[in-house]
Design a binder for this molecule. Structure first.
Ligand code: ACO
Length: 377
């Protein structure tokens, strides 16, 4: 064993600087480019937040109109993407389909392998906008295919959030429900050096291309300790069933040393800064749907778990049931996170490229001592 200090899980390690977002666990605050996330969620479209993350400033009215027009024009899927999705098993995990489709989009980009084409900020901004516009069309098509339905083409007259729901369900929910969806996307957009963003930065640090970095990030997000938790929260609600069953279920789960999904965070130890905003948004859907059973299950599990462990909900706890009430399949929740977080990932990929240093930590060897290969002299 080595006596080098090992920062398991890189906990507490400051790996680099970033100007994209600031997480402050002491004040429970989260800033995107200096703006409090709850104020962005209250006032800005998701398109404006994406622009802010990439360019550092909110768009002016004319920049906003130009970007919205670009985004709307980039939404339709290439026939080859629809064909690719059709080759994959209907019951494969949607995260695997989305990851594969994004990988294919990289092969369509003729600028990628020209000299200087890989890590060129202007081209990367175009690529980020392309992935941003394509992901809702891909995710909606994947959701519909799971239900045996044909894809619905995008509508240029709708904003990002409304169009996403339109392409998924073929109808629009109430304005309040569309707004809940928009709020969830804003809250999911960015969160400093989380595992998937760090994965994207590691890949970008080798001067690999933006698509490869996003594909890697999708793989990292899939895990239930990270983005996969929003799905896992819904599975827990299904398993517990009713508020009356919370206490016996929880006692058993804690005896079995199970992790309760949707609670805990590597950085926040006194509550996740995004939860109050998302909880208020969830309440809108709970009231609209009259689902008092789900509301009481949600509140009871939170109260009982916090009382026993002092560990607070993270963003996945309110967003899981919110996506359920919007009508998405549970397996689609993490792909929704992908569609939102691609904004933060691509902002970080460009930031990494702009001041790059290869990310390559050391390891402490704890295997067998040097020995001779049998037969070697
Ligand atoms: N349920 C039960 N116990 C928990 C939970 C939980 N959700 N979270 C932390 N703990 C306990 C651990 O068992 C551990 O206890 P111990 O010291 O007695 O062994 C202690 O709290 C510390 O937990 P770690 O997992 O070591 O802390 P870490 O900082 O690595 O964990 C993590 C952060 C991975 C998010 C963890 O809280 C977890 O697994 N939560 C559930 C998954 C989840 O909700 N992930 C979403 C993250 S946020 C996001 O992606 C939007």
């Amino acid at each position: 064993m080595s006596d080098t200090a090992i920062m398991k899980g890189l906990a507490g390690v400051v790996a680099d600087e970033t100007a994209i977002s600031k997480v402050n666990p002491e004040s429970n605050s989260l800033l995107y480019r200096g703006y409090p996330v709850q104020e962005l969620a209250a006032t800005q479209s998701f398109e404006a937040v994406a622009y802010l993350l990439w360019y550092g400033e909110l768009p002016t009215p004319s920049q906003r109109a130009e970007f919205e027009q670009l985004e709307r024009s980039l939404r339709p899927l290439d026939a080859r993407t629809t064909a690719l999705l059709d080759t994959m098993p209907v019951d494969a995990h949607p995260m695997d389909l989305v990851r594969t489709a994004v990988s294919q989009l990289g092969t369509f980009d003729g600028t990628l392998h020209r000299p200087g084409g890989w890590t060129n900020r202007e081209l990367d901004l175009d690529r980020a906008a392309y992935l941003f516009a394509q992901l809702p069309t891909i995710v909606a098509a994947v959701q519909r295919r799971r239900r045996g339905q044909d894809p619905i083409p995008p509508r240029e007259d709708l904003d990002y959030s409304s169009n996403f729901l339109w392409m998924t369900f073929g109808e629009l929910p109430s304005e309040a429900a569309v707004d809940v969806f928009r709020v969830s996307l804003v809250l999911y957009a960015e969160h400093s050096f989380n595992a998937s963003t760090f994965t994207a930065r590691v890949i970008a640090s080798t001067t690999s291309d933006l698509y490869s970095a996003v594909v890697g990030a999708i793989g990292a997000l899939k895990g239930p300790l990270h983005g996969g938790a929003n799905e896992a929260v819904m599975h827990i609600f299904e398993e517990v069933g009713t508020a009356d069953n919370v206490v016996p279920w929880l006692e058993r789960a804690l005896t079995e040393k199970r992790k309760i999904m949707g609670f805990g965070h590597r950085v926040y130890k006194h509550g996740d800064s995004r939860v109050p905003t998302m909880h208020a948004a969830l309440n809108v859907l709970l009231e609209e749907s009259g689902r008092t059973d789900l509301a009481s299950l949600y509140e009871t599990l939170e109260e009982e778990f916090v009382a026993r462990k002092g560990i607070y909900p993270n963003l996945d706890y309110p967003s899981g049931p919110a996506y359920h009430l919007l009508g998405f399949d549970t397996e689609i929740f993490t792909p929704l996170f992908v569609a939102a977080r691609v904004t933060g990932w691509t902002a970080h990929i460009m930031e990494q490229a702009a001041a790059n240093a290869l990310i390559r930590p050391l390891s402490a060897y704890n295997g067998v001592d040097e020995r001779q290969v049998p037969g070697a002299r």
